[in-house]
Design a protein around this ligand. Structure first.
Ligand SMILES: [Zn+2]
Length: 250
């Protein structure tokens, strides 16, 4: 059984010892419809129900792990453990009582890190599950088979975040295309524009249009200087020629 080093281990018994092994092939995200810390979620699983998730995530990004990732946890219906022994790793996250709020930045970061670890540790492929038993990443309501009671879990705002921020960040980070939470998915043209086309540098104090055009793009400085230097070189060449003519005449 595997314990994620980025989470606080809060082992849930007797489930941890008694439930069967799985080969984890999916990662499924949930909202718990309560603003709970990992500790509170652990207590709920321990005291109030025989269900449980592998992980619990607080609003501040704190993460608890209740069951090893190679042991079945019971949050995703039939995806918990399939007849072939494969199953889903589940994460419950703190939310408001309607599960309508987006994940906080700290929650997004924690999910992305865990998602990368699951790819590296268990080889979960970097794709969104195309069917209920297809290996990959998803959220509770993505497939009806995971969600027989038709919960909206994890909520519209988080479904949007999953597609636009969370999953792309897991892929970017796992494939080495980004080193932190800011996605750096830029081709050469975008990098050029991001550097040379930023109209932010203060215009030169001697600029005749300083009032109407107070900021310049870096590319404008370069062009201005090139034109200026080319003009100066022409002037110098002309002066040289004049001096040579004068000397001859002297
Ligand atoms: Zn759920």
């Amino acid at each position: 059984m595997a314990w994620y080093p980025g989470a606080k281990k809060m082992e849930l018994q007797p489930e941890s010892d008694q439930q069967p092994a799985i080969k984890p092939t999916q990662f499924i995200l949930h909202s718990i419809v309560a603003p709970w810390t990992p500790q509170r979620t652990y207590e709920y699983w321990r005291d109030s129900t025989n269900l449980e998730s592998h992980f619990g995530l607080g609003y501040d990004g704190s993460l608890g792990q209740f069951i090893g990732t190679q042991t079945r946890a019971d949050a995703n219906g039939p995806a918990n453990r399939r007849p072939d022994g494969t199953g889903a790793v589940s994460l419950e996250s703190a939310s408001n009582l309607q599960a309508s709020d987006p994940w906080t930045a700290a929650q997004v970061e924690a999910i992305v890190r865990l998602g990368v670890w699951l790819h590296q540790t268990h080889g979960i492929p970097l794709r969104i599950c195309r069917s209920a038993d297809d290996p990959g990443y998803g959220y509770h309501r993505l497939h009806t088979a995971w969600n027989p009671d038709a919960h909206s879990c994890p909520g519209d705002a988080r479904v949007k975040q999953f597609h636009e921020v969370v999953f792309p960040a897991i892929v970017a980070r796992a494939t080495g295309k980004a080193t932190d939470s800011k996605e750096l998915d830029m081709d050469e043209d975008k990098v050029f524009d991001a550097v040379w086309e930023q109209d932010k540098a203060p215009a030169p104090s001697t600029s005749s249009t300083a009032k109407s055009n107070p900021t310049w793009k870096p590319i404008s400085f370069l062009r201005e200087m090139y034109d200026l230097l080319t003009g100066m070189k022409k002037d110098i060449d002309a002066l040289r020629a004049e001096v040579a003519t004068l000397k001859k005449g002297a």
